[in-house]
Design a protein around this ligand. Sequence first.
Ligand code: C5P
Length: 208
Amino acid sequence: MTTIAIDGPAAAGKGTLSRQIADAYGFHHLDTGLTYRAVAKALLDAALPLDDETIATKVAGEIDLSGLDRSVLAAHAIGEAASKIAVMPDVRRALVEAQRAFSRKTPGTVLDGRDIGTVVCPDAEVKLYVTASPEVRAGRRHQEIIANGGKADFATVLADIARRDARDMGRADSPLRPAEDAHLIDTSTMGIEAAFQAARAIIDAALK
Ligand code: C5P
């Protein structure tokens, strides 16, 4: 059983990379951001408060990992709400337990998020930290919004990215940071194919 842990900030390209890696190695994939998003959406849909840890933890304990779908959880408001409930230790404990159970699937798993290499799977055989400059990440997010027919201006998207980074890196419980033994992949000047080849080389060397 092999676990590959992939962490990094929003819009660094880790989602696409994680899916490609899982496909290439025949491993199960869990995008752990979706677990936080699913809790946030359930609270928003039921008009429940986003600042009540007891309620959010109860919802977190009921999340079914098999039914998570990014297309219904992609909304910007859901991401913002997710990063708010993600600061709550009891919510994290409930979701981390489910994520760890997932990580034990055979023949192997790829989990991506913010705290996989540091907290969820500290014994993962391979840890990657995928990042890019805030400007590059905002540029990609901006393009994506335009390509999907939406409207956005670059400065607002950049400010959103900076705010999300500050919340994810600054929280007391499980802040976003590279594990000491993580391999860094900076995708600022790299296309997705180059990032995938870099990841593959690291993983092949680690699993040999
Ligand atoms: O990656 P994504 O944007 O879907 O994640 C939404 C939010 O969920 C993040 O901004 C972060 O606050 C939280 N999250 C987390 N730990 C993870 C994955 C996501 O705190 N492992």
